[in-house]
Design a protein around this ligand. Structure first.
Ligand code: UTP
Length: 274
C-alpha cells in the first residue's frame, strides 16, 4: 500500500446543535477567529503531506466550494491594498491541493457519509477529518502523527483521547492492548455507550486513517445506534481481524460541534494569536 494522499471530510451533517446559525451556513464554515473550521482541517491534512481533499457535502453547503475557490471580484477589489494579506493563507491552501466534492443525499450517519465518499477515494488508504473536531499541536499535527504510524503499521488507525467516564455516551469508545507507548491494538469498540457499559474511557475523536476494505464492510453494515450507519460498527469488523490501532495523540482537541468547545477553541486560538 502506498502513501496516504487523500483526505475525506464528511461535512453533510445538519449541525443541529448550532441552530439557528447553521440554518443557512454549513457548520464546517463557522469561523474560529477569522478561519472556517474546515480550513483548519484542510491545513492539517496538507501539513501531513496530503494533496487531495475529498469533501462530502449536502444541501445548503455550497459555501464550502466557494471558499476553496478564487473570488475574482474580491481579489480585484482589494488588489494592491494592505487587506490582500488576509487572503494569503487561503490562496496557499488552494494552490497546494485539489478539491473534489460529492453529495450525501440522505444523512444516514457518519459511516454512510464515508461510504458516499468512496467515489472520490477509490482503492487506496485514506485519512478522514471531522472538521468540527479542531486539533492543534505545536510540533507535528495530529494527522501527521497518524500518517507516520500508518507508514509503519499499514492498517486502520483511530485517534483517541481519555474523556471523563460520564461522557462516554457522546463518543465511540474502544478497548485494546498497548503495543507501544500511546498506541493500542483495538479489540472492542462501542458507539456512545452508557458509562456503565463503556469498555474504557478512550474516546474516538474526528481523525481516522482507513484502509479501503472499509467500503465493502460499510456496504454491509446495518444501521446501528440512532438508526444511522456507524463507522464504529464497520471498524469493529476490521478490529476483529486485528487490523485497527488506536492512537493517543499529542495535542489539544476542541469539540467545535458543541457551543462550549467552540468557545474554548476561540479563546485558545485568540490567546495564541496575541
Ligand atoms: P455530528 O453528529 O457531529 O454532526 O457528525 P451533525 O449531525 O452535523 O451535528 P449535530 O449533532 O446535528 O449538531 C460528525 C461529522 O459527520 C458528518 C458531520 O457533518 C460531522 O462533520 N456527518 C454526519 C455527515 O457528513 N453525514 C451524516 O449523515 C452525519
Amino acid at each position: 500500500m502506498s502513501k496516504i494522499k487523500k483526505c475525506l471530510f464528511p461535512a453533510a451533517g445538519y449541525g443541529t446543535r448550532f441552530l439557528p446559525a447553521t440554518k443557512a451556513i454549513p457548520k464546517e464554515m463557522l469561523p474560529v477567529l477569522t478561519k472556517p473550521l474546515l480550513q483548519y482541517g484542510v491545513e492539517e491534512a496538507i501539513e501531513a503531506g496530503l494533496n487531495t481533499m475529498a469533501i462530502v457535502t449536502g444541501r445548503g453547503k455550497r459555501a464550502i466550494e466557494d471558499h476553496f475557490d478564487i473570488s475574482y471580484e474580491l481579489e480585484h477589489q482589494i488588489k494592491g491594498s494592505s487587506k490582500e494579506e488576509y487572503l494569503t493563507q487561503i490562496r496557499k491552501v488552494i494552490q497546494s491541493c485539489t478539491f473534489s466534492y460529492t453529495r450525501q443525499i440522505e444523512m444516514k450517519g457518519l459511516g454512510h457519509a464515508i461510504l458516499t465518499g468512496e467515489t472520490l477515494i477509490g482503492e487506496e488508504s485514506f485519512a478522514v477529518i471531522l472538521a468540527d473536531d479542531l486539533c492543534d499541536n505545536e510540533k507535528a499535527g495530529v494527522l501527521s502523527q497518524m500518517v507516520a504510524l500508518y507508514e509503519k503499521y499499514k492498517c486502520s488507525i483511530v485517534a483517541v483521547e481519555e474523556v471523563p467516564m460520564q461522557e462516554t455516551n457522546k463518543y465511540g469508545v474502544i478497548a485494546g492492548e498497548f503495543i507501544e507507548d500511546n498506541l493500542l491494538k483495538v479489540n472492542d469498540m462501542v458507539e456512545k455507550p452508557n458509562p456503565k457499559d463503556a469498555p474504557s474511557n478512550l474516546a474516538i475523536i474526528g481523525r481516522y486513517i482507513l484502509t479501503p476494505d472499509i467500503f465493502d464492510i460499510l456496504r454491509e453494515t446495518k444501521p446501528g445506534k440512532a438508526g444511522e450507519i456507524q463507522i464504529t460498527d464497520a471498524l469493529l469488523e476490521q478490529a476483529k481481524k486485528g487490523n485497527v490501532l488506536a492512537y493517543k495523540f499529542e495535542g489539544k482537541r476542541f469539540d467545535c460541534g458543541s457551543v462550549d468547545g467552540f468557545v474554548e477553541a476561540t479563546n485558545y486560538f485568540y490567546a495564541k494569536s496575541k
